[in-house]
Design a protein around this ligand. Structure first.
Ligand SMILES: [Zn+2]
Length: 371
């Protein structure tokens, strides 16, 4: 099993194309073509994580936060810690791969795992991603319509939420005259043809469009299939930011704070007073999600858990919603178990004997001082 196989599997779940446009997800250092010995999963890459990888014979490390985020201007092995870390990674023949905002924006990704840790049910995204889909419209003779739609479904088209193989078919008549150089499947060249055709309409994520068009052309009987591509502004129900769901039973604010502390295993976190007497609907966003507070309110959430909330933000919303800053690391680290669970299924399905480890130490740069 190579790094490429692992990357393909992860990106099937969390496509890198959905990542924030300024993010740097994917391969960070190393070669994806090398055979993977064992895998280590960590939120961040530090020297301690590399130590652990070497100890456990892992030559493939998956991190959430990209190692390379700002452009490297030089590799200064004298003064720059990041450069020294990169040298160490290369010398030890380790490949580093990061799934960052693509893992944030996918179902069962970072925010969904945070929501599941709080046992929220009926989960939905807080904000759906939008304008990343197209509609592929193809005109095809009746008897070939299923073959062509199947080819597009196979290439990832026709998925709407939990529904697959979604298409719309309508009947009509296609007309054409092929020049003397053509070999029409129906009729003969230089003669006007009227053919009973289906208009096939299928939605598809933009990054799968080119592949779907190639598959469609392969399955289509015509020399020159007629098709249209229309960019959509729709919400994409499969990808979004944050998550919102319902607690198993309503809790009063004090009970809820205790519950959050217990479920996230954190002793210290910041919150505002809030005005709700009972907490039932809860919104979450792993990592820095303060910009989505209004979306939590719009979703009628009684509480919103995220991280990196500023003082004045706590102040501004104190009469609107119970805001909890549970820590950047603390709200994201919960997602590592899901990566491990999925990779374990994948290696079992492929009869691979590689081992998958989650980094046991903490990479949280934030410490709490207790006097
Ligand atoms: Zn983060």
């Amino acid at each position: 099993m190579t790094g490429k196989n692992i990357i393909k599997y992860i990106e099937n779940w969390a496509p890198k194309e959905i990542a924030w446009v300024k993010d740097n997800v994917g391969l960070q250092v190393g070669s994806p073509n090398k055979k993977v010995k064992n895998i280590l999963i960590s939120l961040d890459l530090t020297n301690n994580v590399v130590d652990d990888a070497i100890k456990k014979n892992c030559n493939f490390i998956i991190t959430h936060h990209p190692l390379l985020f700002r452009p490297l201007k030089k590799i200064d092995l004298q003064n720059d810690n990041n450069s020294i870390l990169i040298e160490r990674i290369i010398k030890n023949d380790i490949t580093i791969y990061s799934a960052h905002t693509n893992l944030d924006y996918v179902k069962d990704g970072v925010s969904y795992q945070l929501a599941k840790r709080l046992q929220l049910s009926g989960l939905n995204f807080l904000v759906r991603l939008k304008s990343n889909q197209s509609k592929l419209i193809v005109y095809v003779p009746h008897e070939f319509s299923s073959k062509v739609s199947d080819a597009i479904f196979e290439a990832g088209g026709g998925i709407i939420g939990e529904y697959s193989n979604c298409s719309y078919k309508s009947s009509g008549v296609g007309t054409f005259i092929g020049s003397s150089k053509t070999h029409p499947k129906v009729g003969q060249n230089e003669v006007l043809q009227n053919v009973n055709e289906m208009k096939l309409e299928i939605i598809i994520d933009n990054w799968q469009l080119n592949n779907a068009i190639s598959s469609m052309i392969k399955a289509h009987p015509y020399e020159e299939p007629a098709y249209d591509v229309i960019q959509l502004g729709n919400d994409n129900s499969r990808f979004g930011i944050g998550a919102v769901g319902i607690l198993e039973k309503p809790l009063n604010p004090q009970e809820f704070l205790n519950f959050v502390s217990e479920k996230l295993r954190i002793k210290n976190f910041r919150y505002n007073g809030g005005i709700k007497k009972s907490i039932s609907k809860v919104a979450v966003c792993g990592g820095s999600g303060a910009e989505y507070i209004n979306d939590a309110i719009k979703n009628n959430a009684d509480a919103y858990i995220t991280a990196d909330i500023k003082y004045h933000t706590f102040q501004d919303y104190k009469n609107d919603i119970l805001l909890i800053d549970a820590g950047h690391y603390e709200t994201e680290v919960v997602s590592l178990d899901e990566i491990k669970r999925r990779l374990t299924l994948y290696k079992k399905a492929n009869n691979s004997s590689i081992k998958i480890f989650k980094y046991k130490g903490s990479t949280n740069p934030v410490k709490f001082f207790n006097n």
